[in-house]
Design a protein around this ligand. Structure first.
Ligand SMILES: C[S@@+](CC[C@H](N)C(=O)[O-])C[C@H]1O[C@@H](n2cnc3c(N)ncnc32)[C@H](O)[C@@H]1O
Length: 334
């Protein structure tokens, strides 16, 4: 055994070998994933990349449908990144940010549901829902109406893939909806009519609502991102609202200028200026965004947290300070 094999064998057993679920070899599922690879644009394919990250961290995210939704190509490519990290004993393994982000949104959603829950059904709107499976994963949504908003292509293929998971087969776990209701709303949120489409699908502006914008804002232009946030703020004047969103700072978006657009270094100042209150900002590694996943004493997230947020370049080693802000805000009726 070489030194490299040795190091890999120290990785969690889950990562020592990529085992694809048998469902991914079902003909219909293969055809759906082949169509994703050929027909979807890079923005839409981020839905599957994110699902691949959650699948490879499923021991933490508990997302048992993520492998099916990610597909073999994305799983293999994400797995190779993890394998490389394990071989070089990287301080941070690929996907750890996604795992922390998933758990942060889960925990804040659960807290918001508890806070907002009244006798009426609560609404949870996932903008840019992609391959999110919270409607199937989270027990706290048993009295919630979940709305998933994304491009038609994404939501149609997602529904077809999930349909395959309901076909009775040997060794296949039954999938069970946890949310009281789930409605998929096909819309481009950079268009003018997505709110109308949401309302036509049963969204009631007067009902308490949690909005989830996870892995979304930085793919939008500055103008579109602000417009979406303003639209949500305008709904918050009618009822109590909680918004959960992640924001990249400028240095993070510069990692891929062709992919990322909107950035915000101070979401805790931006959101109040748009009408939100009670803004709470966390960084990866903060006590509410740690989840026991960042245990290397020299991990980069702890280091970043010691550097003031106004600093763009680490004065010690000259690397850019790339940050992901996890932000919670509220809106109350006026
Ligand atoms: C990185 S994925 C994140 C998906 C999901 N929120 C998650 O965390 O798994 C971004 C998603 O936003 C969707 N999206 C981006 N721009 C959009 C737009 N203008 N209208 C609707 N959906 C959009 C993409 O199709 C994709 O599913």
């Amino acid at each position: 055994m070489t030194n490299e094999d040795n190091r890999l064998s120290e990785a969690p057993p889950f990562w020592s070998e990529l085992r694809l679920p048998s469902l991914l070899s079902v003909d219909k599922v293969q055809k759906l994933h082949a169509a994703i690879e050929t027909d979807w644009n890079p923005l839409q394919r981020t839905a599957c990349q994110t699902a691949a990250g959650r699948a490879l961290w499923k021991h933490v995210t508990n997302d048992m449908l993520a492998e099916l939704l990610a597909g073999e190509t994305q799983l293999t490519s994400f797995y190779q990144k993890i394998q490389k990290d394990c071989l070089k004993q990287a301080r941070e393994v690929s996907g750890v940010i996604l795992a922390v982000r998933t758990l942060w949104f889960d925990s804040k959603l659960e807290a918001a549901v508890t806070f907002l829950n009244d006798k009426e059904m609560l609404q949870v709107v996932l903008l840019g829902a992609g391959m999110d499976t919270r409607a199937y994963r989270l027990e706290c949504l048993t009295n919630s109406h979940v709305f998933e908003v994304d491009f038609p292509q994404v939501l149609q293929v997602k529904a077809s893939l999930l349909q395959e998971a309901t076909v009775p087969r040997d060794n296949q776990q039954e999938i069970e909806m946890k949310a009281k209701m789930l409605t998929r709303v096909e819309a481009d949120i950079t268009g003018q009519d997505w709110l109308e489409k949401l309302q036509n699908s049963g969204f009631v502006p007067e009902k308490n609502t949690v909005w989830i914008l996870e892995g979304l804002l930085y793919y939008l232009s500055n103008c579109d991102a602000i417009h979406v946030l303003r639209t949500i703020a305008s709904q918050s004047t009618l009822t109590t609202t909680v918004v959960l969103a992640d924001f990249m700072n400028k240095q993070s978006t510069m990692l891929s200028k062709s992919t990322f657009q909107f950035y915000c270094d101070w979401p805790d100042e931006l959101l109040p200026s748009l009408g939100f209150s009670d803004v709470k900002l966390s960084q990866i590694g903060d006590p509410d965004a740690h989840f026991g996943l960042l245990n290397d004493p020299l991990n980069m997230f702890d280091k970043l947290r010691t550097i003031p947020r106004s600093i763009e370049i680490d004065p010690e080693d000259g690397t850019p300070c790339c940050r992901l802000y996890l932000v919670q805000a509220s809106g109350f009726p006026i």
